[in-house]
Write a protein that binds this ligand. Structure first.
Ligand SMILES: *Cc1c(COP(=O)(O)O)cnc(C)c1O
Length: 376
């Protein structure tokens, strides 16, 4: 079968290989069968291996849903009664964690930081010192809204110094930028199959500390479907997801895991970095500006300022590129108009070269000045 290949430069879902697409076409199977459970067991272990977790200390728990569901699960399930959660908030994806706290009426501290700077570690320490009732600390790894890389290891060290539990949204870094759960002082990190793993949408998971999950059995149950302990317990006692799993998506994720280990952590990360550098090179050549200092970018996505050009129309540029097989994505920053180009998926730096040929044409056709013009 011939499947049209699109190069997705949006922050997930990612471009997948044809072998991953085709892995979804399988004989019908009831997920209660042993064949299916044994595949899930192996998958749960492989997901822990990606972040180099010791299988005696860490496990993974799968849910049927997109990445935000895992944020919901971790936040609502891991907060003990009468304790607070600290959200380190430097962008729209950490803001989502704040909204989850608001929805569940959880006591939280919203530590708002500038979106184009790293969070101030001294201030984080001060907050932890002054609020002994903080039991959980939450941050994003790569803040997908801007592409900034948060200093997870340094924050984690502080979190553990004050005996709190550290949850990291690694949804846009997992299986791309190498993570070492133990050395990075992470207790829980989450991901979604359609991003770094380059599989299909509909399957998400958290890798976390087994002891803490067991302890959370005593915490208030704030959700029925999205409770971490309940799902963990069901997996451990029956080998299955509590409710119907996304069967075909899981077959695709199995294939994607095989391809992940075949490509290798280091080689895969090198490929993404090459794509990222090719994106920067192409943007520089046209005169586009990005909003985050290069040194603190995570290597996964570039957030680009709209030109100050009366002919600029994101929609028109998007449509021109889309019709030619390249998808670009609008920004998520309140103060400035931006668009995003991301380096995830089964793509190479050659795809980026091809993309910039198309983008150049799109700018020409729309009479947008090259080099790109900015007022300031
Ligand atoms: C993609 C992403 C999410 C989850 O988004 P969904 O649309 O729910 O899959 C959460 N956090 C970060 C940092 C992300 O990049």
């Amino acid at each position: 079968m011939q499947i049209k290949r699109n190069v997705l430069l949006n922050p997930g879902p990612a471009t997948t290989t044809d072998t991953v697409k085709m892995a979804q076409v399988v004989p019908d199977i009831c997920p209660r069968e042993k064949d299916f459970s044994s595949m899930m067991k192996r998958m749960r272990e492989d997901l822990v291996r990606i972040v180099h977790g010791d299988l005696n200390k860490y496990t993974s728990v799968l849910f049927c849903g997109s990445g935000t569901m895992m944020m919901d699960v971790c936040i609502n399930s891991l907060l003990p009664r009468a304790k607070k959660i600290l959200i380190i908030n430097n962008g729209s994806y950490s803001m989502r964690a704040v909204e989850i706290c608001e929805n569940y009426n959880l006591p939280f501290i919203n530590f708002e930081c500038p979106i184009d700077e790293l969070p101030d570690l001294d201030k984080i320490e001060q907050i932890l010192k002054e609020n002994q009732d903080i039991a959980l600390v939450y941050t994003t790894h790569n803040e997908t809204g801007t592409g900034i890389l948060n200093p997870v290891r340094e924050i984690g060290l502080l979190v553990h110094k004050y005996n709190a539990v550290f949850i990291v949204d690694t949804i846009s870094t997992y299986a791309m930028r190498p993570i070492d759960i133990e050395r990075d002082h992470i207790d829980f990190c989450m991901a979604s199959a359609q991003k770094g793993l380059m599989a299909m949408t509909g399957l998400s998971f958290v890798i976390g500390n087994i002891e803490i999950i067991k302890k959370s059995a005593e915490y208030p149950k704030r959700s029925y479907y999205c409770n971490l302990y309940m799902q963990y317990h069901f997996f451990e006692t029956t080998g299955k997801m509590h409710f119907t799993p996304p069967v075909q998506t899981i077959y695709a994720a199995r294939q994607a895991l095989d391809e992940y280990f075949a490509e290798g952590e280091e080689a895969k990360w090198k490929r993404h970095l090459e794509v990222f550098e090719a994106i920067h090179a192409g943007l520089d050549k046209l005169g586009f500006k990005d909003i985050i200092r290069r040194e603190i970018q995570a290597g996964l996505g570039v957030t680009v300022k709209y030109p100050d050009d009366e002919n600029w129309s994101f929609e028109k540029i998007h449509d021109y590129c889309y019709e030619r097989g390249f998808t670009i994505y609008p920004g998520k920053t309140a103060a400035q108009n931006t668009f995003r180009l991301c380096a995830l998926g089964a793509i190479t730096k050659e795809d980026i070269k091809d993309f910039f040929i198309v983008l150049y044409e799109a700018l020409k056709v729309n009479n947008i000045q090259i080099p790109i013009h900015y007022n300031a």
